[in-house]
Design a protein around this ligand. Structure first.
Ligand SMILES: [Zn+2]
Ligand SMILES: [Zn+2]
Length: 294
């Protein structure tokens, strides 16, 4: 049994206000309770409220949190300095993520808490913080964790959690290779090689019971944003169908998309799925939403 809760569903930058009440304005953060493990995916601004709830729930009990970072763009780490469990000695926080080409995961975290950016340094936090650069598949108790490098302008990982029965995938900030490589090479070979790489992503998410997947752009918007590391909704739908996933949560909403626009994007995705007689269940991830995988 896995319990999934969305604390932040927005991509790029927090976008609070009247027009984003339904889907929420906080950036990327998803909590997964699997058995007695607490997993958190990304530390966007949504992690602040999650942290406050965890403090209330566990009071002075010792707790271990497993925090998976997809990559260290602002919208995925900016909430971390405001995550109260990090200031509390009862918490052990294991941070998993990819290293950069020339920096360790720890250095990436240290940088955003440098005194020019934030008053408290990473070393000044009271929780026990353990940095774990992800390379191989590994276990957390009964859970199997595997990862996959996606196409984004920073080392970016998707994570797959298998509890012995159900599979959860967190895959945000990913652009189809076939468009990026086609644009870079301007020939068919680019599209062909790109499609082969996209197939590896489809294999990684294949058969997932639940996938949280970015859906940042409409096809129209995507055309002027090739190489920015995000997907048009059509590609997400295509990948989900090919991978035969069961449930697809559209996530990492563009900050310029108000609730009505996201409603229309979700409807469009559902229509694409039904036209192709797909059984994939698709909905828009909204802050506060809870999904149970049993
Ligand atoms: Zn992002
Ligand atoms: Zn990013």
């Amino acid at each position: 049994m896995m319990n999934i809760r969305f604390w932040g569903t927005r991509g790029s930058i927090a976008s609070p206000g009247k027009s984003t009440v339904k889907y929420g304005g906080n950036t990327s953060c998803v909590e997964v309770r699997a058995g007695n493990q607490i997993l958190i995916f990304d530390a966007g601004t949504g992690i602040r409220d999650l942290g406050n709830e965890l403090i209330k729930e566990f009071k002075s009990e010792p707790v271990t949190l497993h925090l998976f970072i997809s990559h260290t763009h602002w919208d995925h780490i900016q909430g971390f300095p405001f995550f109260m469990p990090a200031y509390n000695k009862n918490f052990q926080i294991i941070i998993y993520g990819p290293p950069a080409r020339d920096k360790s995961l720890k250095d990436l975290f240290k940088l955003q808490m440098d005194s020019e950016y934030f008053p408290v340094p990473l070393g000044g936090l009271n929780a026990q913080i353990i940095m774990q650069e992800v390379r191989e598949p590994f276990r957390i108790g009964d859970l199997m964790v595997t990862s996959f490098y996606m196409n984004h302008p920073s080392m970016t990982l998707a994570y797959k959690i298998f509890d012995g029965k159900k599979t959860f995938v967190y895959a945000t900030d990913n652009e189809p290779y076939r468009y990026t490589l086609h644009a870079a090479r301007k020939d068919q070979l680019g599209s062909q090689y790109g499609a082969e790489l996209d197939q590896k992503f489809i294999e990684f998410i294949s058969g997932a019971d639940f996938i949280v997947c970015e859906a940042q752009y409409t096809l129209e918007e995507y055309r002027s944003k090739i190489g920015w590391g995000h997907s048009p909704i059509e590609s997400i739908v295509e990948f989900a169908i090919k991978a035969n996933v069961k449930q697809l949560a559209l996530y990492h909403h563009d900050p310029s998309h108000d609730d009505a626009t996201i409603d229309a994007i979700v409807k469009h995705a559902q229509k694409l799925l039904s036209t192709q007689k797909s059984s994939v269940q698709c909905f828009g991830a909204a802050e506060g939403m809870v999904v149970k995988l049993a």
